[in-house]
Write a protein that binds this ligand. Structure first.
Ligand code: C2O
Ligand code: CU
Length: 671
């Protein structure tokens, strides 16, 4: 079974196990209460402390009590079976890696397995029919001291079941509160809840007490423990704020791009605009230069680029981040990290040398989960120094959702939610530069012609194989350059959720429906680093964390949310192996700024060393990538599902000796 399915199954099972143990515990207590009302049949009649109960009613109640005992035994057995299934599932899951099971093996499972075994050995036999009545066993009430099961009997039967129920509940809490690695604070919180509830139960379970009081006391302990435990977990997370970079060093604001008199100059003015789609829908947008998407910035490899940003958006600060372009850190456009956000009326100039050819894009990084969907983005294309063959049809296609409509913008033209069309001369070499500027992956296809993915995330793919009918998954933020020779028949670029782009003709060929291509093994195998100066692991999860100061389920890295995720500090020239583990049920397009990574493997399967700047880690997947620390700075690294980033999945990568004078006070909102 796939890791993601195992995780999902375990999430269901953990709740099921808790439910079964809770039901078993409740039934044991109910049986005891019924027995109390009926009076212990095994005891001498009329002993002190028993109310007189009419005989018929007493017999009925005793029958009910016996039935409840049997039900309790059956529920215990079911809970034990479900617990055993969880153990089996965890063993299966462990094969995908310790990251997926660490907290289950060390914390959650022992808390339910140990009392579960005790319940199997001690409680179930005493609950089965044919044994002494539960009333006598549990309460010992009404019996002369010698005839009672002893004070221990009450506890013997009920205690393991109740403790297993607490352990199972702790398992549910674990799934929400604990990620990988298990922090001391989280472990203490879960253990405190478990131990507190168990200890209180032990004290409240002497013979003769009313079951109602047990219910009440148990519930009270639960509430108190949870109230105590949750803030404890969160404080633990808050201990690791800050950058970790050396206090003295080169500020990132000095790491700027070169300038020169012959720079290619662009001006981008952020201002409000309205998007009008062919379907008649409109969307209020934020634009660059009144265009949505912003103008395509097209330069040639080797050009100096100088972009002046003006902000004419009322009330909204703006920056520009060059997505996938490994600019000097001071030009990276991340508010609070590499600059202060440009306030309304403000101006900022970005400069960089366009040393790498390829397809990139730019977008505001201030409040990006709002600004990018609203339209503050555009394409950046660096044409190779050696010009393409004459007659080449070279076009950009930005995929973006406005409102609830997936749209396509060809060459920076107004987005369309209808079928886009273009006419190319048969025989012309074609390059379609497709960018996913949304927060979810897009499924593409090209039909009517065999094609190649000539470039991924701006970088050329070595010896890309020809593809026919295959579908492609493009990560949020990622880019594919699709190349082919225009045939005499029509060609359709299809995008799931959109009518697509029709090249020539009037009737589109059927959309590609072949299997999904595995991009990690596409192209010739490239040389990859074999020695690493440092290894880091990012375990992606959805965990209770402080998000913007509020405790909630956030998207976490190693159990913590921005800005509490510790910053790895690397040395210039070092090669870092990054292991990315996705424990959550969502796909995370991971995007380290300022660097491309080389994909080493996915789920243990060697990859071809493709260079990417945004790679989709699907639920349950483990990616290993190599990052060469060749661009000093303090860099943002985050999930490019911008809704995830704003809920915590965002952190830094810092270089030794580089500091940032910026912080997230004063309105800087990098996520
Ligand atoms: Cu495309 Cu940090 O961004
Ligand atoms: Cu994500």
């Amino acid at each position: 079974m796939r890791t993601a399915s195992l995780i999902a199954l375990d999430q269901i099972l953990v709740v099921g196990v808790a439910g079964l143990w809770a039901a078993a515990a409740g039934t044991v207590l109910t049986a005891a209460r019924g027995s109390l009302a009926a009076g212990p049949r095994s005891a001498a009649p009329g002993t002190a402390g028993q109310k007189a109960v009419p005989a018929g009613q007493a017999t009925g109640t005793a029958d009910r009590s016996r039935r409840n005992s049997s039900i309790a035994a059956a529920l215990c057995a079911a809970a034990i079976a479900a617990t055993a299934l969880r153990v089996v599932l965890t063993v299966q899951l462990a094969r995908a890696g310790w990251w997926f099971v660490g907290e289950k093996v060390t914390l959650a499972l022992p808390l339910v397995v140990v009392p579960g075994v005790a319940a199997a050995v001690i409680s179930i036999p005493r609950l089965l029919p044919g044994r002494r009545d539960l009333a006598g066993t549990i309460t010992g009430a009404g019996m002369p001291p010698r005839a009672r099961g002893g004070r221990g009997s009450a506890r013997l039967v009920a205690f393991p079941v109740l403790v297993a129920a607490y352990g199972a509940a702790a398992g549910v809490a674990c799934g929400v509160v604990v990620s990988f690695p298990v922090t001391a604070a989280a472990a203490v919180a879960v253990l405190a809840f478990f131990a507190g509830a168990s200890a209180a139960t032990w004290r409240l379970l002497p013979p003769g007490r009313g079951a109602d009081r047990w219910h009440l006391a148990g519930a009270a302990v639960l509430v108190v423990a949870l109230v105590w435990a949750v803030p404890g977990r969160l404080q633990g997370g808050a201990l690791h704020a800050g950058h970790g970079a050396a206090a003295a060093g080169v500020p990132v604001s000095r790491l700027l791009g070169p300038s020169g008199p012959d720079a290619r100059r662009f001006t981008l003015t952020a201002r409000p605009a309205t998007v009008r789609l062919p379907s008649g829908r409109t969307a209020e947008a934020w634009s660059f230069n009144g265009q949505v998407p912003g103008p395509v910035l097209r330069v040639r490899q080797g050009d100096l680029v100088e972009v002046t940003l003006h902000n004419a958006l009322p009330g909204q600060p703006v920056t520009i981040h060059w997505h996938g372009y490994d600019v000097p850190a001071g030009e990276d456009g991340v508010p609070g990290v590499t600059q202060d956000a440009v306030p309304p009326g403000g101006t900022h100039v970005y400069r960089f040398l366009a040393s790498d050819a390829g397809t990139y894009w730019y977008h505001s990084h201030q409040n990006p989960s709002v600004a990018v969907p609203r339209g503050l983005f555009g394409m950046l294309v660096v044409d190779p120094a050696k010009p393409a063959a004459p007659g080449t049809e070279d076009h950009t296609i930005a995929l973006h959702t406005f409102g609830d409509r997936l749209t396509m913008s060809v060459d920076g033209a107004g987005p369309t939610d209808g079928l886009a069309r273009a006419r190319f001369a048969p025989g012309a070499p074609v390059r379609l530069r497709v960018a996913d500027t949304d927060s979810l992956p897009r499924i593409l296809g090209l039909s009517g012609v065999p094609y190649r993915i000539a470039a991924v995330d701006g970088g050329d793919v070595p010896q890309p194989a020809e593809l026919s009918g295959r579908r492609l998954s493009l990560a949020a933020g990622g880019r594919y350059d699709l190349t082919f020779t225009m045939p005499s028949r029509p060609v359709l670029l299809s995008v799931e959720g959109h009518p697509g782009l029709l090249l020539n003709g009037s009737a589109p060929p059927p959309a590609a429906s072949g299997p999904l291509l595995d991009i990690t093994t596409y192209g010739a195998r490239a040389a990859v680093p074999a020695h690493f100066g440092r290894r880091v692991t990012w375990v992606l999860d959805k965990t209770l964390a402080l998000v913007d100061g509020v405790p909630k389920l956030g998207y976490t890295v190693n159990g913590k949310a921005w800005p509490n995720i510790p910053t790895p500090v690397v040395r210039l020239g070092e090669t870092i192996e990054i292991t990315v583990v996705n424990r959550s049920g969502d796909t995370h397009p991971m995007h380290p700024h300022g660097h491309h990574v080389q994909v080493l493997s996915r789920d243990g399967v060697p990859a071809n060393g493709l260079r990417m700047d945004t790679f989709d880690v699907a639920p349950g997947e483990v990616w290993k990538v190599a990052l060469v620390a060749d661009n000093p700075g303090v860099w943002m690294s985050h999930c490019h599902d911008l809704a995830h980033a704003v809920q915590g999945m965002e952190f830094h990568l810092a270089y030794e000796g580089i500091t940032t004078p910026f912080d997230v006070t004063g309105g800087n909102r990098p996520a």
